[in-house]
Design a protein around this ligand. Structure first.
Ligand code: SF4
Ligand code: SF4
Length: 411
């Protein structure tokens, strides 16, 4: 792999396996092997061996955690209109003591040999000094328990500099940039507090970032205003040297119409065709959603509250950061505080989400995992009840996966 050392590639694989097994507790080793083969360009036999190894290790442990999201601050240097942190406690910052307790919680309850810590916010890079403190602490504590830590950070990218990139490269902290499309669509929402767009600033940093992190991913959040430009935006970002995409609609309080969701689906298919063409031409590019089988059933519910928890700057614990961003206390679903104690029994509904399945889902034949708990709560007032919007988006995604599989067969 040109420009990527074997060590970096191995670390990417370990990280990917840790994240995948953490996010999909009911995963099938066959699907994991398929993804490893496609994403890391390894042969079928090696992919199957790696998947079997991961499966033995994860099933040997008891139910427990695989990941924690550390919300280092709810403060942000930008003012993006659709941000899920609606009720920002702008002056709340996580202390080192709280961060240590959050890491201890993860390691005490880890049932996987590889765990993931994600720095999130607000803008987590505002707390780079804390990142520099907590990283060696976590690595040392994990090493004593024979646990490997993989790292991720979700950032708006505007505060990145070479010192930060060196630290991240040294500690294998993987950056995921938020880039919502071309300049027009990105700058519509992702602006500074004085109203200036941030696209140029981020895009100008990409060559420097790629020196330190050759495999770079973006999260492209598509707003309803950006539907018509999705294909162009995808291609534009791909030409900037981006390797991995998470493409998702901006869901939440603002609902999509049926026509808008259909249009989103049609454009996703166009992106799929471009993606296949880019791969055929040798681009190093990966979109997990396009590589999955449409029949893959990831079990009901997501990892939130099951194998993953989120910790707020003040130490409050919730199943997921996106839930922490909700305004309604019931929506946040706080189960305790890392500094004061946690009532794990409250996690029961998230550990057995199938027991919460609404009747209309039990009768549905689509292999859906029931939507995002945070979006569900915003749209229906219940974490486990998805809106009609979710069902439509799911149908669109399944159809795209089905087409993707067909293209593989014929490609
Ligand atoms: S597609 Fe809709 S009805 Fe079907 S399982 Fe998913 S949320 Fe339930
Ligand atoms: S609650 Fe939503 S954002 Fe959180 S892990 Fe589940 S699907 Fe993802």
């Amino acid at each position: 792999m040109k420009g990527i050392t074997n060590q970096t590639w191995q670390n990417e694989m370990v990280k990917f396996i840790g994240e995948y097994t953490g996010k999909n507790p009911g995963y099938s080793p066959r699907d994991l092997a398929f993804l490893l083969e496609k994403k890391f360009f390894i042969n079928k036999t090696d992919a199957a061996k790696l998947a079997a190894l991961a499966d033995n290790k994860s099933s040997a442990g008891q139910t427990g955690l695989a990941a924690v999201e550390l919300n280092l601050t709810f403060n942000c240097n930008l003012a993006c209109a659709y941000c899920f942190i609606h009720d920002k406690g702008a002056h709340e910052r996580m202390s080192f003591a709280t961060a240590k307790n959050a890491v201890d919680l993860l390691l005490e309850r880890a049932s996987y040999p590889i765990v993931n810590i994600t720095f999130i916010g607000g803008e987590p890079l505002l707390e780079f000094d804390l990142i520099k403190q907590i990283t060696p602490y976590a690595l040392e504590a994990a090493a004593k328990k024979n646990i490997t830590v993989t790292w991720a950070i979700t950032t708006n990218g505007t505060l990145i500099n070479e010192e930060i990139l060196k630290f991240f490269a040294h500690n294998k902290i993987n950056l995921l940039l938020s880039l919502d499309g071309g300049q027009k669509n990105h700058d519509r929402y992702r602006r500074t507090k004085s109203g200036e767009g941030t696209w140029n600033q981020i895009v100008n940093l990409i060559p420097l970032i790629k020196i330190y992190q050759p495999w770079l991913g973006v999260r492209m959040t598509v707003s309803t205003e950006a539907i018509d430009d999705m294909r162009e935006d995808f291609n534009h970002i791909a030409t900037l040297g981006i390797n991995q995409f998470i493409i998702a609609p901006a869901q939440g309080a603002v609902c999509w119409s049926k026509e808008q969701i259909e249009q989103y689906g049609l454009n996703l298919v166009k992106i799929l065709l471009d993606y296949q063409e880019l791969k055929r031409r040798g681009y190093q590019i990966f979109i997990e959603e396009f590589e999955k089988d449409e029949n893959e059933y990831r079990s009901w519910g997501c990892r939130a509250g099951s194998t993953s928890l989120a910790v707020a700057p003040n130490g409050d614990v919730s199943p997921c950061s996106k839930m922490l961003g909700l305004t309604d206390e019931k929506g946040k679903y706080i189960i305790g505080n890392v500094n004061k104690g946690i009532n794990y029994k409250l996690l029961q509904p998230f550990r057995e989400p199938h027991c919460q399945q609404p009747r209309f889902c039990r009768q549905c034949s689509r292999k859906c995992s029931g939507g995002c708990y945070a979006v569900n709560f915003e749209q229906t007032g219940n974490h486990f009840t998805a809106s009609e919007e979710n069902c439509l988006f799911w149908a669109v995604c399944q159809e795209t996966k089905r087409l993707s599989k067909l293209l593989y067969r014929t490609g």
